[in-house]
Design a protein. Structure first.
Length: 276
């Protein structure tokens, strides 16, 4: 049995299927870990979402910002953005089943010495604390009144973690960190504006994985969300978003031996013709 962790798919289902064939994936025995952003911007989001749900317990997926965006759009709390490709999902006859499955995915998955999150963890959060915080949001998203949180999920505040945060501010910050963050200060202040490579970091901020005394270094953290970073393995973190959507590559990591596989995505169905 092998476990393959795969970077952001964003509706590029043909690329995903080709990559799985390349690695010799056996659906009867192997497992797939997805770092989130399964849907949106690519043209095959509905196919990707249906496939993921049908995989059952052979698949582990954490929620990314585009997956959460789909849930918010579906409930009417935000309007679709100009480049969204969610209409096919929203019009699908199995929409309700698919969205119910999606909102029950975790924000963080921990297994042995591995941890997987879509975006980041704050420097002061160790893995055990991050697990507890993720469960707080997961519990709300899986509850009958989950819509109350989705209605208030968007926003860039608070910008700094405090243990005594409560209510929607606490839930929003946890969600923002795990699904959106790239840069933060050593003290855990959050910066959302910069999306470029780590070399262009704003003054006073670090790529989250390079923050001094990062408590989550006890595990190897797999993440996505940062196509400008590309595949990168350093400081006990592994970045897997290598920009498949933007004619980059789709990357898979086999956890058992850490072998990396990459599929060039340019020209495949659902893939954009330029890097953005």
């Amino acid at each position: 049995m092998a476990t393959y962790a795969i970077g952001d798919i964003q509706g590029c289902f043909t690329a995903l299927q080709q990559l799985l064939r390349t690695v010799g994936f056996d659906a009867a025995h192997d497992r797939v870990w997805l770092v989130g952003d399964l849907v949106n911007r690519g043209a095959e989001s509905l196919a990707a979402l249906r496939w993921a749900r049908e995989m059952g317990d052979r698949l582990v997926m954490v929620l990314g910002n585009h997956d959460l965006h789909l849930l918010a759009v579906a409930e009417g709390y935000v309007q679709p953005r100009r480049n969204d490709t969610l209409a096919e999902i929203l019009a699908a006859p199995d929409r309700a089943v698919l969205l119910d499955w999606l909102r029950r995915r975790p924000l963080l998955h921990v297994e042995g010495k591995w941890a997987m999150v879509h975006a980041r963890l704050l420097p002061q959060w160790n893995i055990a604390q991050a697990q507890r915080l993720a469960v707080e949001v997961e519990t709300v998203l899986r509850a009958d009144d989950y819509r109350e949180f989705l209605a208030q999920m968007y926003g860039n505040t608070p910008t700094r973690w405090q243990d005594d945060l409560h209510g929607v501010n606490r839930l929003r910050l946890i969600t923002n960190v795990m699904s959106r963050l790239r840069f933060c200060s050593p003290e855990g202040e959050i910066e959302f504006a910069h999306k470029g490579p780590p070399e262009d970091r704003p003054a006073g901020f670090f790529p989250w994985y390079a923050a001094p005394a990062r408590a989550s270094a006890e595990a190897t953290v797999i993440f996505g969300h940062w196509s400008a970073l590309g595949y990168r393995s350093e400081q006990n973190t592994i970045a897997l978003d290598s920009g498949c959507l933007w004619s980059g590559r789709l990357t898979a990591l086999r956890l058992e031996d850490r072998q990396v596989f990459q599929l060039p995505c340019a020209g495949l169905p659902g893939v954009k013709k330029h890097w953005q």
